[in-house]
Design a protein around this ligand. Structure first.
Ligand code: K1U
Ligand code: ZN
Length: 170
């Protein structure tokens, strides 16, 4: 297994639209294993392949307290959104240190394959529903800061570019 570097906003590669996985083979299973290791190492609850510069529709999630319940979503599609919406505080491993409110559907249904290529549909609510919608946005090339005002987004962009410059100088 390997830790994968995570792209940071405002890297333009984060805006790439991911293509569907053609076949769930050894290469995809290795990618899933590496993404899970990377997500756990970064203390995240989710990770989309886009964030590790792989532009295929693969997501890993673990919202369990014990960090022992990985969920693998290959070619995920949201088939139903509840009409009720809720504002939730979100963070992103590609925008470290930034948290802000985003309104999302409270409940969703998601159809996806697991890492054995088995198709299934799950219903999600709470933090799992929030996380799935956040990761699906990544696969469409959308970062959560795009829901914020242009003023906030530009401040975040400036902060991230400064942090990158400071790291490069150190
Ligand atoms: O996709 C990512 O960047 C991972 C992201 C997932 C996420 C967290 C919170 C709401 C929506 C999506 C993270 O894991 S950020 C770090 C984190 O663990 C966290 C941050 C805020 C609340 C809960 C968890
Ligand atoms: Zn994110």
């Amino acid at each position: 297994m390997a830790l994968l570097p995570i792209l940071c906003f405002p890297d333009p590669k984060l805006h790439t639209v991911a293509r569907p996985v053609a076949s769930v083979d050894g290469r995809i299973r290795q990618l899933v294993a590496d993404m899970l290791e990377t997500m756990y190492d970064a203390s995240g609850i989710g990770l989309a392949a886009t964030q590790v510069d792989v532009h295929e529709r693969v997501v890993v999630i673990d919202v369990s307290e014990e960090r022992n319940a990985p969920l693998v979503l290959i070619n995920p599609e949201i088939t139903w959104y509840s009409p009720e919406k809720q504002m939730n505080e979100e963070g992103c491993l590609s925008v470290p240190g930034v948290y802000d409110g985003v309104e999302r559907a409270t409940r969703i249904k998601v159809k996806a394959m697991d890492d054995q290529g088995q198709s299934r549909e799950i219903e999600a609510e709470g933090i799992l529903a929030v996380c799935v919608q956040h990761e699906m946005d990544h696969l469409l090339g959308k970062v959560f800061v795009e829901y914020l005002s242009p003023l906030k987004r530009n401040r975040i962009k400036t902060k991230m570019l400064k942090a990158r410059r400071d790291t490069e100088r150190a």
